[in-house]
Design a protein around this ligand. Structure first.
Ligand code: G4P
Length: 292
């Protein structure tokens, strides 16, 4: 199943981002902790290679905590400054300024040695749709500055936001990329709500999710949907069992796959299935090759 989503306004936003890059010292990437690899725009590594890099692991409340910890460690080793957060909580985003300043410590030192007195830092905030970028900015700034919404891609055009006296943020619209190199990226982004739901083949998507869950999070299925899910290793059997349990049955007695798929997707997205990550920290190749 190939999923692609690259509306025209995102191509425009990317051009604008390229234009703005020379203006900033640091890049703050907001990602979804449930799938750090899939929810990053891989083009940023090429475009922003000489910038300080901060990666905010958002929606950590929904992700598997042990996996988030390992992911953060692995990105730290690659030179990123990382922090986990739940952007809906102001206390959770408190540490961001300190992290940005730490990431720019060398730059500030160089400025000082050149006699530049200003210790001001400019950072660009990036994130693909629905990772919680607007929620983060609102919580960070302390008032409803950035527009939030429940549809991917609603953030308005880029804007500067002042944080205290030493930090300015450049907010940018959510950007995805023209071609997902791996099938798993499209699937994961669809599952976390970063792709417009209207274009999704929902039953196939949930079939994939159940394949993944029966393999890695069987106990989450049992605790959400009951003992009938115990030991179910086949995704279709699991789907049928959930449909029966939750009365997703059509009038003639057939299973209503659309209804049960919506129910499972909703349970996953809201965290009712528990804290689940869609990727493994050290097994990106293995995850990517999972049969869909
Ligand atoms: P975006 O700018 O990156 O596109 O995303 P936005 O801030 O609009 O957030 C998308 C959805 O994710 C919102 O929910 C928001 O509340 C939720 N969200 C943001 N950060 C977190 C987090 O750390 N944890 C959890 N669990 N949810 C988070 P929504 O239902 O679409 O809208 P709303 O009804 O909450 O306003």
């Amino acid at each position: 199943m190939k999923i692609q989503w690259y509306p025209g306004h995102m191509a425009k936003a990317k051009r604008k981002m390229k234009e703005d890059l020379p203006l900033v010292d640091a890049i703050i990437e907001v990602i979804d902790s449930r799938c750090p690899n899939s929810s990053r725009n891989p083009e940023i590594d090429i475009l922003a290679k000489d910038k300080a890099r901060i990666m905010l692991f958002n929606k950590a409340d929904l992700a598997d905590p042990a996996r988030t910890k390992s992911f953060m460690e692995s990105f730290r080793k690659q030179g990123f400054y990382t922090m986990e957060m739940d952007a809906r909580s102001r206390s959770s985003v408190k540490g961001v300024s300190k992290l940005v300043m730490e990431s720019c410590a060398e730059l500030l030192e160089r400025k000082k040695q050149k006699g530049i007195l200003s210790q001001s830092i400019k950072a660009m905030v990036l994130g693909i749709p629905n990772v919680g970028k607007s929620t983060f900015i609102n919580a960070y700034v302390g008032k409803a500055t950035a527009k939030t919404g429940n549809k991917p891609g609603v953030t308005k055009g880029a804007q500067w936001i002042k944080i205290g006296k030493d930090l300015q943020l450049l907010d940018t619209p959510g950007i995805t990329w023209p071609k997902f190199e791996r099938e798993i990226v499209g699937l994961n982004l669809a599952l976390i709500g970063s792709i417009n739901d209207e274009i999704l083949p929902i039953e196939e998507l949930i079939f994939y999710l159940l394949k993944y869950l029966t393999r890695y999070y069987g106990s989450a299925l049992v605790s959400r949907y009951g003992e009938t899910l115990q030991g179910k290793e086949d995704a279709l059997e699991a789907m049928d069992a959930i449909a029966v349990k939750r009365a997703c049955i059509k009038k003639g007695g057939d299973i209503d796959y659309t209804k049960v798929s919506r129910l499972i997707l909703d349970d996953f997205r809201s965290g009712r299935l528990g804290r689940i990550s869609l990727e493994h920290p050290m097994k990106w190749e293995e995850d990517s090759q999972m049969e869909v």
